[in-house]
Design a protein around this ligand. Sequence first.
Ligand code: GLC
Length: 458
Amino acid sequence: MDTLDYAKTPGDTSWFVRDRFGLFIHFGLYSLPARKEWVMRLENIHPDEYEKYFKHFNPDLYDPNLWADLAYKAGMKYYVITTRHHEGFSLWDTKYSEYKSTNTPYGKDLLHPMVDAFRSRGLKTGFYYSLLDWYHPDYIIDYFHPLCDLPKEEVLAMNAKRCQAKYNKFMRDQLTELCTEFGKIDVFWFDFEYGISYEDHNSIVEPYVKNCPYLTGKWAKDFECKELIDLVRKYQPDTVIDKRFNIYDDTGKVIDYSDFIAMEQTILEEAPRNEKGERIPWEICMTFSGYYGYDRDEIKWKTTKQVLNSLIKIVAKGGNFLLNVGPTGRGEFDERAVRILKEIGEWMKYNNQSIYGCGEPPKGIEACEGTALTYNPEKNRLYVHLLDYPELGCAFVKGITGKVEYAQFLHDKSETRINYMPGQVGEVPSSNKELVFFNVPIQKPNVEIPVIEVFLKS
Ligand code: GLC
């Protein structure tokens, strides 16, 4: 089985498993408090009070062409924008809510220009859509809702007047707009079910449920997710949909509706497989720091090298990397994000061949310490990423003895001979028959992570 063969899913994942690198954008009213996209819940802000951000939302420097340029130059092939996050604010001129960008001081639709800008640069379009909504008056208050800390009687009285079915209809109406008014949508990114009960709660849910143990979460059936998916598939049959909830049929069996698994922040040890042993497409989203929305006071930022390490290690396991940016209230990318995106672009300019169209190396080929391997099955080429530049001028790979036709650095196409010790003439057979070593200069080339391209014999 080719290492880019994945289980067949309802949508078209052929581009998704090759393009590998995308941009996540979390943009909404939460850019103004600048204290994470969960600020409304983290600080239990009443929707009436949160309204101040709506009244002051005016991203005057918003220019999606600049965003799209940065993403394009960073080598990203798709992007996913939060069309509406948990706070309930819509970035487009939806007919079904007043809580939208056109009704803020900014006064304009943010989404259409964004879609046009990214599309004109060849990036594929992804829409994130939140199942949660902390603004909608029919959304049943649960343990993630910012009002959950009010006295129990008040919450129950409010819930008695709310109608989740109406809210679900609202979601379907909005999704119909998103499916029909923006051309081809390549990704739908739904977020998320959280039905876990107080009794079964885990450490993640713990802080949220402890003051309101009488409240529940919501499962996919509470959001009528099956209907949402059917609707999206009807209008956008090829789109790829993430898996952040389970849909069951009447017999309790899981229905396979999704195209890829969407995880966050940590890299998987192994590519996920289905019960038939086939690879399932997967993606990991990550932030530069902590949360996803603009967070002014967050200072623990990753370095460019750390971000590149993640990209490479994820592709080496056959996954996609979705790197997040949280634009500021003025509609700009944080300057730290801009710098790192540019540096990633510099690396991608010379090394993107080790990312696009690549995945796990075939069985039996293994990376040695300090390196990560990706493999392009269509070209039969292996890419050795020197994550920790070797001190002794040698980089080792296991499992390709007798199979190397030619090897070179990607960044300058300079030959990297095999089995040559630095300073020696002639080939030195490795004492360990399983290992091939590549001779690299003692001084690290001026590339963040140098990559050796190995042409394997067919
Ligand atoms: C979680 C969070 C959300 C974020 C998402 C990204 O579901 O609720 O804030 O958008 O993860 O993976």
